[in-house]
Design a protein around this ligand. Structure first.
Ligand SMILES: [Zn+2]
Length: 474
């Protein structure tokens, strides 16, 4: 029986709500991959110990939306100042056809390392890098890379049967798949990788890339039924921009959320990335059905899409989680930057809507209550576990999986002078000073390092592969 006592933490945020959001600790005992006890604990004979003096402990982050292959597509000048549509054409659609297996694997590794070093223990990747006759198994590459680092991994199997461009104009690697091919691959992946356990290390999710563009309505309905018959969750992009609203209106004379309802794509087993542009009736419908959001504030900011109404969604009953989105529209795809942005932007959104009292408004009162650090930590941990259905993950309490991020506050002036150390990693922003990341009780990051990963070497490989990619594009 392996037991580890984490001792003397300065503060602990649990991922829970209200009065349970903080635990006095200062110690946490882990046993056999679970949290065995929290409180003032004495070491047991022969027990391993980890000193957390001057550290704060959060649940390991749960990232619910990513495109790991984009980790080699950061800061592309052609797409940097573009909005969503032109950016898709300039960067992912232009460069993705030229990525080979070696580039794909390296991109996945870079993204996963970046996440782990921010304290992220669970990654849901929305991978849509599939095409008919693809010469390698990209899904297996993603699972293997996550497994090598010791991270929990949820593959959201993207792709679709439709193309936004005439098929004759598409390179082979951007060609859509027939529905039976798509579903057969989901079946294959689920039988190999999907574990329904509440603390699963591997899951598979059915995730056509974006509902109105990826499949016909009857195919979306069939896909939802297929997923539900196998206990698989559903994920996609939705309502990222006003252009999205125009598309669904033009095609179906509906709002995007109503369209999803019409094809059985709402419910507690569904979560959507973005949900930036929503009408009040759409917020109410998402809430009433318990549908989830992967809030991606940095990507939404970078692409000039807007700021999602996260507090309104949560108040309506929707499940809120945080995703970093692909690194090609978010040059820092890590969970600490993302949650720092979520904290600031929800407050900025509320402030932006504030109206002076003499004009009939309520002054600044709303903005002050918009989002606390505890809210953001809850969204990024327990909220993520909720949308992924990983009920044993995302909170720090006895019996839960031992997934913990332990941050140092003693070696960076940005934390010096903090009256409330618990909020430091999120509120003070900047790079994580990760002392340790544990997933299922196993060390993923120790003393700020990933065993077996040489960051300088990884950076050299990235520069080499970016040069090779651009040479191939010509
Ligand atoms: Zn995305």
């Amino acid at each position: 029986m392996s037991s580890l006592l984490i001792r003397n933490a300065t503060a602990i945020l649990t991922g829970l709500k209200g009065g349970e959001a903080r635990h006095r600790g200062p110690d946490i005992r882990l046993r056999d991959g679970r949290i065995a006890a929290m409180g003032a604990l004495a070491p047991e004979p022969g027990e391993a110990q980890l000193d957390a003096t001057d550290c704060v402990i959060y649940p390991a982050w749960v990232n619910t939306h990513h495109h790991l292959f984009q980790s080699l597509l950061k800061g592309d000048p052609r797409g940097l100042d573009a909005t969503l549509g032109p950016w898709l054409q300039a960067t992912p659609w232009r460069l993705r056809p030229h990525m080979d297996e070696a580039m794909f694997r390296l991109a996945a590794r870079i993204g996963l390392v970046e996440l782990a070093l921010s304290g992220c223990g669970t990654v849901a990747d929305h991978n849509y890098h599939y095409w008919p006759g693809m010469p390698y198994d990209g899904s297996a590459v993603l699972f293997e890379e996550a497994q090598a680092l010791g991270l929990r991994f949820v593959l959201c199997r993207g792709g679709g049967t439709l193309s936004r461009v005439a098929l004759a104009d598409l390179p082979p690697s951007l060609q859509p798949e027939p529905l039976d091919t798509y579903l057969a691959d989901v079946e294959r992946l689920a039988s190999r990788w999907h574990d329904p356990a509440p603390d699963a290390m591997h899951r598979v999710v059915v995730a056509p890339t974006t509902p109105p563009h990826a499949m016909r309505p009857d195919e979306l309905r069939e896909t939802a039924a297929f997923a539900r018959a196998r206990g698989l969750r559903l994920h996609s992009h939705l309502s990222e921009t006003v252009a999205y609203q125009d598309t669904v209106h033009d095609l179906h004379r509906m709002k995007p959320v109503q369209f999803c309802q019409s094809v059985d794509w709402l419910g507690p087993d569904v979560w959507f990335a973005h949900l930036v542009k929503l009408d009040p009736d759409e917020i109410a419908l998402l809430g009433a059905t318990g549908t989830g959001i992967a809030h991606c504030p940095q990507s939404n900011g970078r692409l000039g899409s807007g700021i999602a109404p996260v507090r309104q969604l949560e108040a309506a009953g929707a499940a809120v989680s945080i995703g970093v989105d692909g690194a090609a529209s978010n040059e820092a795809a890590d969970m600490l930057s993302e949650t720092h942005a979520a904290w600031l932007l929800q407050r900025a959104r509320a402030g932006d809507a504030a109206v002076a009292r003499y004009r009939g408004g309520q002054g600044e009162a709303q903005a002050a209550a918009a989002a606390t650090v505890e809210d953001v930590v809850r969204w990024g941990t327990a909220g993520g576990a909720q949308v992924l259905g990983l009920d044993a993950v995302g909170t720090l309490q006895p019996g839960q999986a031992a997934d913990l991020a332990i941050y140092r506050l003693d070696d960076d002036p940005r934390y010096f002078g903090l009256h409330d150390p618990a909020i430091g990693p999120v509120a003070s922003g900047g790079a994580a000073h990760l002392h340790a990341l544990l997933v299922a009780g196993q060390p993923v990051v120790s003393q700020g390092r990933l065993p077996g990963i040489d960051l300088r070497d990884l950076g050299q490989q990235a520069r080499r592969e970016v040069r090779r990619l651009l040479a191939s594009v010509g």
